[in-house]
Design a protein around this ligand. Structure first.
Ligand code: ADP
Ligand code: MG
Ligand code: ZN
Length: 500
């Protein structure tokens, strides 16, 4: 998507972006206590003195969370600090019962990594190396619900607080400033978050569902006139979908350019992203680090992973998604573009699982990228949310191979499965979807069609074979599409005593 407003920004300015991504880990228990991290319990049922910040309670670090963080760091090509510490970040907000958040500040666990991301441009794929500044551990806050108004704090008559989420392990991945992307800045931002999400999913450390808030992004943007030093950045908070990441960068670039052109300065501030309009609005002016009065957390011992532990964790790393994609692309013999659309559609795992279940690679791609993508699009959901399973596809494909289903009937089977009408077998029997292959009933239908169109038989006999289409069509109609067209054609010629 391009616009004149955006093209004009690029003519005059160079964007610099930076992304801070928060990822909720999928550990069983919270970061500093044994409370459950399960999503959705009754409010304030997954809480204890530690995550409620009651006086005298003592936190202890979750070992699995540290392991996950080290694995994330290693996968992001970071160095793992032999010694790192937690810090208290002091501020008041009702969703945070301790009045401080335990985080990491100047002594994070992982530093100086990178993640290569690919953007498909008109001139083909381009790889950008996004440098990672640090990966650190912290804890999530509780959740506020504002009542009596429009669900926002403004106009609310009361607010409720649920501390179930307070203390869930949160990992922050911070990039170094990303320069030199020019007009591709919005795409690089989106590609980075996409790639990071894929990587986390491959590591199995988080379910990284942006809609449920287990992956959230803060998007930093600044502009500089071409050739000059970097400008002041704004930070757009809690951008909660891939599309929004792309839009937040784009609209913020346009907004900043307009201000700069009018001779205004950019104020360093946090901004909110409006999902409906795609615009950002001013939040609060940005705190400086000193406002938080960071100091080392006195209740926790430093995290000092041994060399052996780190090497052991290194052996648990999965195949990195970009490597896996390159491998599959080669095996399947598909273009960069096809691979990119497949990944964008979230179909890679599904296609691979389908192939593993015994379906041909081409059929697997055809179903997921064709029919299922269309249905997912219509329903505004993701492919994984459709109820169809790889084994269903295998079953349907073998029915196609044995001539029991046509392509058209197969689509109807899946439509039924996705609509919740039952298993493949149940949908076939409920919707009556078997191919009519029994010769006698087909021959009866052909004879009927010939009787209704008496001139056709003569035409075919005189050599106009294409006239057969009218009869085949009529039979298909009579059997409600449940006949195999090639078979009908064969039977018709047999009946008329001619060979093709
Ligand atoms: P804060 O806690 O103030 O948000 P962080 O260091 O956590 O600071 O994150 C700042 C983010 O902004 C990083 O991703 C960094 O790379 C990025 N950044 C820093 N300077 C600029 C700039 N001039 N333009 C765009 N992004 C920037
Ligand atoms: Mg920040
Ligand atoms: Zn607790």
């Amino acid at each position: 998507m391009t616009s004149t407003a955006f093209d004009n920004v690029i003519a005059e300015f160079e964007p610099v972006i930076g992304l801070e991504t928060h990822i909720e880990l999928g550990t069983q228990t919270k970061m500093f206590c044994g409370c459950s991290t399960e999503f959705g319990g009754d409010p304030n049922t997954h809480v204890c003195p530690v995550c409620l910040g009651l006086p005298g309670s003592m936190p202890a670090v979750n070992r699995t969370a540290v392991e996950s963080t080290i694995r994330m760091g290693l996968a992001l090509n970071c160095s793992i600090a032999p010694w790192s510490r937690f810090a208290r970040k002091n501020y008041f907000y009702p969703d945070m019962p301790k009045n401080y958040q335990i985080s990491q500040y100047d002594e994070p666990l992982c530093i100086n990594g990178f993640l290569d991301v690919t953007v498909i441009t008109e001139d083909g794929p381009r790889v950008f190396r996004v440098e990672i500044e640090r990966v650190h551990m912290e804890e999530d806050t509780g959740k506020l619900t504002h009542g009596g108004g429009a669900g926002r704090i403004h106009g609310a008559t009361h607010s409720l607080v649920d501390y179930n989420r307070a203390g869930i392990p949160l990992i922050e991945v911070v990039t170094k400033p990303i320069a030199g992307t020019g007009s591709l800045a919005p795409d690089v931002a989106k590609a980075y978050v996409t790639e990071l999400r894929e990587l986390m999913r491959a590591l199995g450390v988080s379910d990284v569902r942006m809609e449920e808030g287990s992956l959230r992004c803060d998007v930093n943007v600044s502009l500089a006139r071409t050739g000059e030093s970097w400008g002041t950045r704004t930070e757009t908070k809690n951008v909660n979908s891939l599309r929004s990441v792309e839009r937040a960068v784009r609209t913020e670039m346009i907004r900043q350019a307009e201000r700069l052109r009018d001779g205004n300065r950019i104020v360093q501030e946090t901004r909110h992203f409006n999902e409906e309009t795609g615009n950002t609005t001013s939040g609060r002016s940005k705190e400086q680090a000193e406002d938080y009065r960071y100091f080392p957390e006195p209740d926790l011992i430093p995290v000092a992973p041994s060399e052996e532990w780190i090497s052991e964790l290194r052996t648990t790393l999965p195949e990195i998604p970009s490597v896996r994609r390159a491998r599959l692309q080669q095996v399947w013999g598909i273009s960069d573009f096809d691979m990119a659309s497949l990944v964008n559609a979230g179909a890679l795992d599904l296609i691979e699982q389908t192939i593993h279940s015994g379906v041909s690679e081409q059929a697997a791609r055809k179903w997921w990228m064709g029919e299922f993508s269309r249905i997912a699009n219509e329903r505004g959901c993701d492919l994984v949310d459709l109820t169809v399973q790889p084994l269903d596809i295998r079953q349907v494909e073998s029915l196609i191979a044995s001539g029991d289903l046509t392509d058209k009937l197969a689509r109807s089977v899946f439509e039924g499965v996705i609509a919740g009408e039952g298993s493949v077998a149940e949908v076939i029997s409920r919707r009556g979807l078997k191919v009519v292959s029994d010769d006698t009933s087909l021959i009866a239908a052909i004879e009927q069609a010939l009787a209704e169109q008496p001139d056709v038989a003569e035409k075919i006999k005189s050599g106009k074979l294409q006239a057969a289409g009218a009869i085949v069509g009529a039979v298909m109609k009579a059997t409600q599409g449940q006949a195999d067209a090639a078979k009908v054609r064969g039977l018709l010629f047999e009946l008329l005593g001619i060979s093709e």
